[in-house]
Write a protein that binds this ligand. Structure first.
Ligand code: PMP
Length: 354
């Protein structure tokens, strides 16, 4: 049959999200969601906003923006909210890359960067991580392209200090540097404070992980006003109503409940360290993760095999069939109860193979 698909898209490989199972699973640790519900304030604010959905939503996200600016010490005109942080990343590829300006990012990182580049016909270079899977910041000096770095990186969990980020930003005065901070709340220090000084830095964050709102889809870009205006061009040329009323209100509720948010982040960090100690006690190697997931491997069983065996027991974790990391598993840090179940099952599997 004739294909009507644009030839531009004929060879596009889309991003493959982690599985969202239809059947009940015992423990779902494959997509870096939070094990905790959203804050009660987020839920209540969202419920109230449902009543307003006869009308289009506020395209400026006014109340949300005001609260975020106050909490994060930035100006309201330095913010742009989007439908998840995937959307602000997509805007960045659109706004800051073209046939002349390409993109650079690590060879092992968030899979969407490559997809966004391909979708827009943008040239890109994947810069190999060091042997220990860390970013060599010097590789990004004078990149002569838009730089995309997830910090902490995914799926390695490895983190660059703000001073390292600053060096990359400083060494690329003529290009935009995008720092994707989807996992920053789990132990890293945000580079947001640098936006006052550098006009070429865009920091992106999400409410999906640390604020338990993955399904509500709320992300944000933080940068100087000029960059935000550039990004708004894409928003107002595609979907001005990109953040719906319920999500805006829930996001506001979440911001107004900092205690709950901070407590959850603290628990995830504790649980992560507990899980790493457990895995190490079984002889696994784990990267030093600053995220809400653990990246680990063992020479006793392949990552793929272990993922399959856990799956048979109703436990989902993520395996990537990619060069350099095919031996690893990425395990989302869940609640204490989920981790106990995971640990019991890994112990049983490891005992059964020796
Ligand atoms: N950046 C990274 C590194 C991620 O892992 C994810 C989650 N898959 C995102 C951005 C996008 O998350 P969201 O669109 O839910 O904000």
């Amino acid at each position: 049959m004739k294909s009507f698909l644009s030839s531009r898209l004929s060879s596009l490989t889309p991003y493959v999200p982690g599985e969202q199972p239809k059947q009940a699973v015992i423990v779902k640790l494959n997509t870096n969601e939070s094990p905790f519900p959203p804050s009660k304030k987020a839920i209540n604010f969202g419920k109230k906003a449902l009543k307003t959905t006869r009308l289009y939503c506020d395209i400026e996200c006014t109340a949300l923006k005001k609260e975020f600016a106050k909490r994060y010490g930035v100006e309201e005109n330095q913010l742009l909210f989007t439908n998840g942080s995937d959307e602000i990343l997509y805007y960045a590829f659109n706004a800051f890359c073209d046939e002349k300006v390409g993109a650079v990012f690590p060879d092992i990182t968030y899979g969407f960067y490559k997809v966004f580049a391909n979708l827009n016909g943008i040239r890109y270079k994947e810069i190999p991580l060091k042997e220990d899977l860390s970013v060599d910041i010097k590789d990004y000096y004078s990149a002569n392209a838009t730089v995309f770095i997830a910090n902490p990186n995914a799926p390695t969990g490895k983190y660059l200090s703000v001073s390292d980020i600053e060096k990359i930003v400083k060494e690329n005065p003529n290009n935009v540097v995008v720092i994707d901070e989807a996992y920053i709340d789990f132990g890293g220090e945000s580079a947001v404070k640098l936006i006052k000084e550098y006009n070429n830095l865009l920091v992106t964050q999400t409410f999906s992980k640390s604020r338990s709102m993955a399904g509500a889809r709320l992300g944000v870009g933080i940068a100087n006003q000029k960059l935000i205006e550039n990004l708004k061009l894409i928003k107002f040329s595609t979907n001005p109503y990109n953040v719906n009323a319920v999500t805006q209100a829930s996001g506001l509720g979440s911001l107004k409940d900092e205690k709950y948010f901070k407590n959850n982040c603290k628990t995830i960090i504790e649980n992560r360290e507990e899980l790493i100690s457990f895995l190490e006690s079984l002889g696994f190697y784990c990267t030093k993760s600053c995220a809400n997931f653990v990246f680990c491997k063992t020479d006793k069983i392949s990552g793929e095999k272990l993922q399959g065996l856990l799956r048979e027991r109703g436990i989902l974790v993520r395996h990537f069939k990619l060069p350099r990391i095919s031996e690893y598993l990425r395990i989302t840090v869940g609640s204490k109860k989920q981790i106990k179940i995971l640990e019991k099952n890994i112990t049983e599997i490891m005992e059964s193979i020796v």
